[in-house]
Design a protein around this ligand. Structure first.
Ligand SMILES: [Mn+2]
Length: 437
């Protein structure tokens, strides 16, 4: 497999793009450092933490997304997992925050996983949590002869459940081959009509199926359960909310945890409190970051409600600060890019997640605890706002500069001409999966 030689992956090109911007970043960084010093905050500690922070890029998000109505393809869309990895390498090279890729099976299946791992390694990429897929049929795939139209792990027919169980075990085996630490299970099982499904029996069948998967995977390998309120089922969903997810994870075992996709909740639900509850239970698997206005919109992280993203990270930093037992969440992006270049959206989103983390690190936790204990809501709220309204851009830019990434990722990407280069190399392909999960 030939790799694309692009300026976007070339260190000298990135350095030349950074040259004109470096003096300004250093000046802003020094000024912010002095301002934070007056607040008793060491800017270097924050910058180190930000530089070490990583979020996985999803393989399915480098192609154009779509809606239930249409998909508008763009030029140079990846044709296979190798193309997807090259696009992910550009995202990581320029934004410096996504060193791993989350694969989705069977979409990303190959014959040679050693070769795939070496290909990724040569691009500076590793693999993160993998994802199974029993929310659609896979015509022509000998491992999926039966239809998932009426469900998978909770299906009424034991033969369909067995097929879905086998697929998830297969995904865990593929994860082991590429060094991925966990498998995320999201399923579309549910119902569209009252009476269509027995809530209790469907939930019991689901737990039984996941328990069978769990018993078959190696010790230490983790299963992440992803809940979602609705869609594709529009009346009930088997793992509809964090409560169902937690009940199932507790029934399955210690290494079965609950994954929070920010878009998978009703509007206005207090997601940061769900995070706190899952941390308390020792069951927080991690996140699929995205943003939404109405439902599972899969918009770019931080695009709509940056304060909510900050409040989620405020809970995460609080757990880190308190050394909550077993706290080691996995961070992934899960977005659908319908109208933007996915590479630009992924870089921007990774930076927005880093921004929320940096802002949360600035919270004066001792002061906050004091205001909470003294029942001073105004000062407690202002303590969070003070951190949120601090412009941490110089910290993010400096972290990128020190990692030889681009100070201005989107600017450098556009200057590199990567999209037109891959448009010439990769012939247009009709169809393709939207990949909205
Ligand atoms: Mn998701």
């Amino acid at each position: 497999m030939d790799q694309i030689i692009s300026p976007a992956l070339d260190q000298d090109f990135i350095a030349s793009e950074n040259a004109a911007l470096t003096a300004g970043v250093e000046e802003d960084y020094d000024a912010l450092g002095r301002a934070l010093d007056r607040r008793g905050i060491d800017i270097e500690a924050i910058t180190r933490a930000v530089a070490a922070f990583a979020v996985a890029a999803p393989s399915w998000a480098v192609g154009s997304g779509g809606t239930r109505f249409a998909r508008f393809p763009m030029g140079g869309e990846p044709r296979n997992i190798f193309d997807k990895l090259e696009d992910c390498a550009v995202v990581n090279r320029l934004a410096g925050a996504t060193p791993t890729v989350s694969l989705h099976f069977p979409w990303d299946e190959v014959d040679d996983y050693k070769g795939l791992t070496e290909f990724a390694g040569a691009l500076g990429l590793g693999f993160d949590v993998v994802n199974s897929n029993t929310f659609q049929d896979h015509p022509g795939n000998a491992l999926h002869p039966l239809s998932y139209k009426y469900g998978s792990l909770s299906h009424t027919d034991p033969a369909v459940r067995a097929q879905a169980v086998a697929h998830n075990i297969h995904c865990a085996e593929l994860a082991a081959k590429i060094g991925a630490p966990a498998l995320t299970i999201w399923l579309g099982d549910g119902s569209n009509f009252p009476g269509q499904s027995n809530f209790t029996r469907a939930f019991e069948r689901y737990i039984d199926s996941v328990t069978t998967v769990y018993a078959a995977v190696p010790g230490g390998f983790k299963l992440f359960l992803e809940h979602k309120m609705y869609e594709p089922a529009f009346y009930s969903t088997v793992i509809q909310d964090w409560g169902s997810s937690l009940l199932a994870a507790q029934a399955v075992g210690d290494n079965c945890l609950c994954l929070v996709d920010l878009g998978h909740h009703a509007p206005n639900v207090n997601i940061e409190m769900i995070v706190a509850r899952l941390v308390h239970a020792g069951k927080l698997a991690g996140f699929h970051f995205n943003d939404s206005k109405y439902g599972d919109d899969d918009l770019d992280a931080g695009a709509i409600e940056p304060y909510r993203l900050f409040l989620v990270f405020n809970e995460l930093v609080d757990a880190e600060y308190r050394k909550a037992p077993g706290f080691a969440p996995s961070y992934m992006l899960d977005q659908s890019h319908n109208v933007t270049d996915p590479i630009e959206s992924l870089m921007t989103s990774a930076v927005e997640v880093q921004r929320a983390y940096a802002q949360a690190l600035l919270v004066d936790r001792a002061a906050l605890e004091g205001f909470q204990d003294a029942n001073d809501p105004m000062m407690a709220s202002q303590t969070l706002k003070r951190a949120f309204t601090t412009d941490v851009q110089p910290i993010l830019a400096m972290a990128r500069l020190r990692k030889d990434a681009a100070i201005d990722p989107v600017g450098a990407y556009r200057a590199s001409g990567y999209r037109s280069a891959v448009t010439r190399i990769r012939p247009a392909k009709a169809g393709g999966s939207g990949g909205i999960v």
